[in-house]
Ligand binder design. Structure first.
Ligand SMILES: *[C@@H]1O[C@H](CO)[C@@H](O)[C@H](O)[C@H]1NC(C)=O
Ligand SMILES: *[C@@H]1O[C@H](CO)[C@@H](O)[C@H](O)[C@H]1NC(C)=O
Ligand SMILES: *[C@@H]1O[C@H](CO)[C@@H](O)[C@H](O)[C@H]1NC(C)=O
Length: 460
């Protein structure tokens, strides 16, 4: 067990009365998980921080082990169940504390402690940085209310937001500076756009493609240079498209697929070459799709799932750039459009929520190695027009798209379960989610359930 930092903590706390002292072994980036059916956490609560979790253990006479998830402030306490077996697994953001006498830690669980006389340093156990604790907090609002916009984290750490709609289509752009928490309106795009895409190129430019300017769908594309702060037009796409998907290949080219032409949904696909600024049509998809999801696979193929073609679609397909061939792959268990897609660290692909004549709670996992879909835990809320981001600890955060709650929730790939977070400031649909360079998530804009356009932004 590399990565384990073992040291001793003494908690003495007089909350109501003097409840005593515990000697704890602290394991950073380690999660305690039950492996025996008789073992379960006695309590799972939200705790403000690790110290609050330690105190919860301290006041619980039966608590012998706690595991605290800093990504969402979940504090799990484990009691002195006879023969409680568990395992310690390497998991970023988790801290596990065990009572030093190891009464709970029957074999086969082993941990390495040198349970000799601990140093008697008075408690400063919350040496974990407060910044690592995830809660929702409002940051400055954008200068412009918008939904159907794009957001891209630039190489300088700022977040570029472009276009969108707030009753009229927008060409405005603004930058969020995480170091000040403020938004600055910058040069506008040359074209008004909603339902467009934004892709970070390998040279640091942001490619904006297509969309709709309020009068019709667009062929045009433009580039934002973040060092000069300027917009330049680049080659036009070969056809108009909006509500399409753009995915960057490992060779730096950008594949766009499907979308709406205003005159039917598209199966057409095209590749943008950043070195020439030229778009070239490639083989069309097997199905017409709008509001679908896509991601790059480790073998450089592009995986496309679901969407809408007058009905929501369960079909999926894979594009091989080397052969220019689209191949149908296994159908999802549920047809869905406006879902989210997330590539997990284990290589599986999570598709969650979306719409099929109503918002969906269901989520399913695609295994690219076996071309199979497996239904996994359902979200607590039906979500469509939501957004998703993979957190540094491998959990998947989904935000918005739920009309009964402004709580977000996250998926834990190791349990297949979803857990609600604290509330966000707003119920939002068609907002953006961006990962800041330090792992914090920025959520911006969208539209409320009552149809108000939002400029609010918040951090998790
Ligand atoms: C990351 O950046 C955000 C925005 O500046 C800040 O609020 C947060 O505290 C930072 N988190 C860490 C772990 O430094
Ligand atoms: C961005 O602009 C700067 C300054 O004009 C220029 O030196 C640089 O080459 C541009 N970058 C790209 C990727 O076009
Ligand atoms: C997932 O949640 C269900 C329902 O709350 C629960 O019964 C199950 O034990 C959980 N699974 C894991 C692996 O935590």
């Amino acid at each position: 067990m590399r990565n384990i930092i073992v040291f001793f903590i003494i908690i003495t706390q007089s909350i109501s009365q003097d409840v005593g002292t515990l000697l704890l072994t602290k394991l950073n980036n380690i999660q305690y998980q039950c492996t025996d059916p008789g073992c379960s956490s006695s309590t799972t609560t939200l705790a403000l921080n690790l110290r609050a979790c330690e105190i919860a253990c301290l006041v619980n006479i039966n608590c012998r082990t706690l595991t605290f998830d800093q990504s969402n402030n979940q504090c799990e306490l484990f009691t002195d169940i006879p023969n409680q077996y568990g395992s310690l697994i390497s998991q970023t953001d988790f801290i596990t504390l065990t009572v030093i006498d190891n009464r709970k830690l029957s074999s086969p669980m082993t941990i390495s402690t040198t349970a000799s006389a601990p140093t008697t340093a008075p408690l400063s156990s919350t040496t974990t940085t407060a910044a690592a604790i995830r809660v929702w907090s409002a940051t400055d609002p954008m200068n412009t209310m918008r939904n159907y916009h794009t957001a891209s984290t630039l190489t300088n750490g700022k977040v570029l937001v472009t276009g969108g709609y707030n009753g009229g289509v927008l060409n405005s752009a603004e930058l969020y500076d995480p170091s000040t928490g403020t938004w600055t309106t910058i040069n506008a795009m040359s074209t008004f756009r909603k339902f467009h895409t934004a892709t970070m190129l390998t040279n640091g430019n942001i490619l904006i493609s297509g969309g709709n300017d309020g009068n019709g769908f667009l062929t045009s594309a433009e580039l934002y240079n973040s060092s000069s702060g300027t917009w330049t037009t680049t080659g036009d796409m070969e056809i108009v498209r909006g509500a399409h998907i753009a995915v960057m290949l490992t060779n730096g080219k950008v594949l766009v697929s499907g979308g709406d032409s205003g005159n039917g949904f598209l199966n057409n696909a095209a590749l943008y070459d950043p070195s020439t600024g030229i778009w070239t049509a490639v083989s069309p998809m097997n199905a017409e799709r709008v509001s679908h999801v896509a991601c790059i696979l480790t073998n450089n193929n592009v995986f496309v799932a679901g969407g809408y073609d007058y009905v929501s679609l369960a079909s999926t397909e894979i594009y091989n750039p080397a052969t220019d061939i689209w191949t149908n792959t296994a159908n999802m268990n549920f047809a869905r459009q406006t879902a989210t897609i997330s590539v997990l660290s284990n290589g599986k692909i999570l598709v969650a929520g979306g719409d099929d004549s109503g918002s969906l709670t269901t989520a399913e996992l695609y295994d690219p190695l076996y071309d199979t879909w497996t239904v996994t835990g359902s979200m607590n809320c039906a979500r469509s027009g939501h957004a998703a981001s993979v957190l540094p600890n491998g959990n998947v955060l989904v935000t918005g798209g739920c009309d009964s709650s402004n709580a977000a929730e996250f998926y834990n790939p190791s349990t297949g379960n979803w857990t609600m977070t604290g509330d966000m400031t707003d119920i939002r649909y068609y907002h953006t989610i961006s990962k800041l360079t330090n792992g914090t998530v920025l959520v911006a804009g969208g539209v409320s359930s009552s149809g108000s356009y939002l400029n609010s932004a918040e951090l998790y």
